[in-house]
Design a protein around this ligand. Sequence first.
Ligand code: C5P
Length: 226
Amino acid sequence: DQPGPLSGRHAIVTSGPTHEPIDPVRYIANRSSGKQGHAIAASLAALGARVTLVSGPTRLADPAGVTTVHVEAAREMLAAVEAALPADIAVCAAAVADWRPALEAGQKLKKQQGGALPPDIRLIENPDILRRLSEPGPTRPALVVGFAAETECVLDHADAKRRRKGCDWILANDVATGTGTFGGDDNAVHLLDDRGVESWPAMSKQAVADRLAARIVDHFAAPDPS
Ligand code: C5P
């Protein structure tokens, strides 16, 4: 590991979308590129942390100096995160699918002849990885950070999410249509903790990652009083 202010610390970062299988050839997914999560993994590693990046399918190269675990579905992501514990830091940047098909067909679903109805795909809820990581207990990372992608009332919704999930910090960004956050290179975020809000100017996802990593260094140098 690279020597630095986070030397001796283990960080788990989730990144990318998840793919939830319908049958062997089809899946449900979302538009996450993985850019923000991968950048965070690289920034933490550059500051000396040992980093386990648990990534859904993306087009990105594995960041150098990071252990990358490739997964597809949310349940695999949770299992890989749990296998990587214990950790000092967890950053959940993955866009985990909220739901998955209740049943994964063993064979490709076939179009029915003669005007039969298309298949009904019943959905069930996926595990919430951020919430699991935030649960109090011996393996809870000292600092758990989540993301909130909101299209309206960004700060209110993000703060409610922070409390609901039980994480320490939330990075909130506005993903309303036209902001270009999804798949884009820039991100304007607000960092919310139990003391308030810090709004960062629009900057590249790499700069957001570097700033977050620097905030994490400060946090461990002088932990928030709580
Ligand atoms: O509830 P919502 O998906 O808006 O919350 C976003 C945050 O929760 C992100 O940090 C995301 O990585 C995390 N999350 C998760 N597992 C889920 C859903 C969201 O870790 N199943």
